[in-house]
Ligand binder design. Structure first.
Ligand SMILES: [Zn+2]
Length: 386
């Protein structure tokens, strides 16, 4: 695989994607029940797997290994994070709680979020694998790295698990970049849910521009007190550096393209990061059980292209991609493939969309994006006049 990768790349450090992965992450068993509840009501013949199950990631792994993108990919082994590394983002009290829960055989930490036997090992691998992917870029071994990880991380706050997440894989990698000499990191989160954990971790920092495009789902209880609304902008030095883009249900490919062009691109241009992180969740797809945003493969492809263009312009092409949600076992893998096709700027799609065309109307999304843009121009100091 490595030889194939080298033969297709005029410059292996810039043209391919370095994927970081470890089999141990499949050991996180989230169980069965009614959707993500873990509950058997007693009257259903078939209980389904928790949406965040190993199968979704198995398909992502196999589409990258066997799909048409495979010649562009080089594979690297992940590793578990050290406790000391976790403390760069999380508090020791919180980490101790998780260690204790693991020692006692596991438990439900918060709604839908199960730490079972094997889960802690997987969580440490997800964190360490993401750190390895970032370090690979920082050390100059590659420009684009993708951490194929689970359990996901972007809801995990410094002191709180949330929404299937224990450790904030992205937050840890961003902190590593800052501690390694990066001055400014832009994080663009396209998972369908608000990246509240990452936002919380850097809420007071002007070194991290955290942009989250998400379904307008609001707060969902004590583990997720943040609403993801436009007025959660950061505090102190961080004011204006947390940009929330809550999008209406059914925003679709065209709506996302407009949101990227009107809101994300100008903000990143003004911010001028020296490192970029794309946080990907395929739960913003048209067929996800957890989201209603209606992106198709082509929408993801276009987001990938735009992110690549931004990283080429601002960070010398340095881009870390981190896996989050995405719960349709087949379509998530296809949408991941399409995103990476876009990131690689491939001239033609390598894979056709297996699911039929989904009609969309971007009129309402366009109106919402326009109002968010006016709000940013009025309120956010560094975006005045952007
Ligand atoms: Zn999500």
């Amino acid at each position: 695989m490595a030889a194939q990768f080298l033969s297709l790349s005029s410059s292996p450090t810039s043209d391919g994607i370095h994927v970081f992965w470890h089999e141990g992450m499949l050991k996180h068993d989230t169980g069965i029940g009614v959707f993500d509840s873990g509950i058997d009501p007693g009257f259903l013949e078939v209980l389904e797997k928790h949406p965040e199950n190993p199968d979704r990631v198995r398909n992502m792994l196999s589409i990258l290994k066997k799909g048409p993108l495979s010649p562009h990919i080089s594979w690297h082994s992940g590793r578990p994070a050290l406790i000391s590394e976790l403390l760069t983002f999380h508090t020791s009290g919180y980490i101790n709680e998780l260690v204790e829960a693991d020692r006692n055989g596991g438990k439900m930490i918060c709604a839908g979020t199960f730490l079972n036997s094997g889960s802690w090992e997987a969580a440490l691998l997800a964190a360490g694998t993401t750190l390895s992917a970032m370090k690979h870029i920082l050390d100059g071994h590659g420009k684009i790295a993708y951490a194929l990880v689970r359990p996901p991380g972007h809801h995990a706050q410094p002191t709180q698990a949330d929404g299937y997440c224990f450790l904030n894989n992205t937050g840890l990698a961003v902190q590593l970049a800052l501690d390694s000499g990066c001055k400014k990191v832009a994080v663009i989160d396209i998972d369908v849910h608000y990246g509240n954990g990452t936002a919380e971790g850097f809420y007071q920092s002007d070194k991290v521009l955290a942009i989250s495009l998400h379904m307008n789902h609001g707060s969902w209880g004590p583990s997720h007190p943040q609403s993801g609304s436009v007025d959660e902008l950061g505090v102190g030095d961080g004011f204006g550096y947390n940009l929330n883009i809550p999008l209406p249900n059914g925003t679709g490919d065209r709506g996302y393209e407009i949101a990227m062009t009107e809101l994300v691109v100008p903000a990143v241009q003004k911010f001028q990061p020296d490192m970029m992180v794309l946080v990907v969740g395929q739960d913003s797809s048209a067929f996800d059980p957890n989201g209603r945003q209606c992106l198709t493969m082509e929408g993801y492809r276009e987001i990938g292209r735009k992110i690549r263009s931004l990283s080429d312009t601002h960070t010398g092409g340095r881009l870390l991609i981190v896996q989050e949600g995405g719960y349709h076992v087949t379509y998530s893998a296809y949408c991941l493939h399409a995103t990476l096709e876009g990131v690689l700027n491939l001239p033609l799609p390598l894979l056709p969309d297996p699911i039929a065309y989904y009609p969309e109307d971007e009129a309402f999304a366009t109106e919402v994006i326009g109002s968010i843009k006016r709000y940013h121009r009025d309120i956010v100091p560094f975006l005045k006049g952007a």
